[in-house]
Unconditional design. Structure first.
Length: 293
């Protein structure tokens, strides 16, 4: 699955002396000159910071240019360092070493504007469920409903379907929803936060508890979240499956409620979990074969 002044200038201007510019003496006293005393040659800067130590031999890098050989050697050394730096810089640019953005690992998945067309409904149909007929001809009243959006950092897709038991009669009240989402994370790796996102369900301090289980064999990592029964009248279940494969995240959520007067027998949480896993495996395989459809 990266949803969620910019840069400080590291090359700011040098700050002035804390106490301002130090003034030069107004009346410097000239040194007494002795015409019979041999004067020492002027001293250059101290050794270091690119300057040679006093008495360095001529021709050594950075030494005084006695016959031009010292300066030439020093320039050749600088030129070699610059050339090496340029070569190393070109290698980093070619390999992405200077790139500020990581390369997304989409694991072969592609965006589709109709996730419902890629969602495998076979496991639910085999369990006796079918998609309810829509209440109208517009997209807002259709069933199932789908949508998607391609953006700079995320490609998002979702499919929402209302299901019913085959052969269900009038007085029976049951409501079942299947909600699937898929996200292609193009700017940030969802891996560091993925597990904690689902583990947080079992840490909620609420009247309804959840059980979280790791699931093997689906993507790089997957988690199954099941709501614990609250013992209320009627029967309902809430089960969701989250999968991460590379930088793709996928979630399939089952939410149902069946009246205590209903003749329909709802599936157990374990049966729902099996349907979600089977559907997710087939749906993800289809998404890998869909390229911007």
């Amino acid at each position: 699955m990266s949803i969620p002044g910019d840069q400080n200038n590291p090359y700011g201007q040098a700050q002035p002396h804390a106490y301002g510019q130090v003034p030069a003496p107004q009346h410097p006293v000239p040194a007494q000159q002795n015409p019979y005393t041999q004067q020492s040659p002027p001293q250059g800067p101290a050794a270091g910071y690119g300057y040679p130590a006093a008495g360095a031999p001529l021709g050594a890098p950075g030494a005084p240019d006695g016959a031009g050989r010292g300066t030439s050697g020093w320039l050749w050394a600088i030129g070699g360092a610059v050339a090496a730096s340029a070569l190393w810089g070109s290698v980093l640019f070619a390999t992405g070493g200077f790139s500020a953005e990581p390369s997304p690992d989409l694991a072969g998945y592609g965006y589709t504007s109709d996730l419902c067309a890629r969602t495998s409904m076979t496991p639910f149909e085999n369990a006796g469920f079918q998609t309810k007929e829509g209440t109208g001809t517009t997209s807002k009243n259709s069933n199932p409903q789908h949508s998607g959006a391609q953006q700079t950092s995320l490609d998002t897709m979702w499919c929402n379907a209302s299901l019913e038991k085959k052969g269900a009669s009038g007085p029976d009240y049951a409501s079942t929803w299947l909600y699937n989402t898929a996200t292609l994370h193009k700017k940030s790796d969802p891996a560091p936060e993925f597990a904690d996102n689902y583990r947080s369900y079992e840490k909620q301090d609420a009247s309804v508890g959840y059980r979280v289980e790791a699931v093997s064999g689906l993507g790089d990592e997957a988690f199954l979240v099941t709501r614990k029964s609250d013992g209320s009248t009627g029967s309902g279940s809430y089960v969701l499956l989250g999968v991460r494969d590379g930088w793709l995240t996928y979630q399939s959520t089952w939410s149902s409620y069946t009246s205590s007067r209903s003749s329909a027998k709802p599936p157990t949480d374990d049966e729902v979990a099996t349907m979600l896993k089977t559907s997710a495996r087939e749906t993800l395989q289809r998404l890998q074969n869909s390229r911007s459809r």
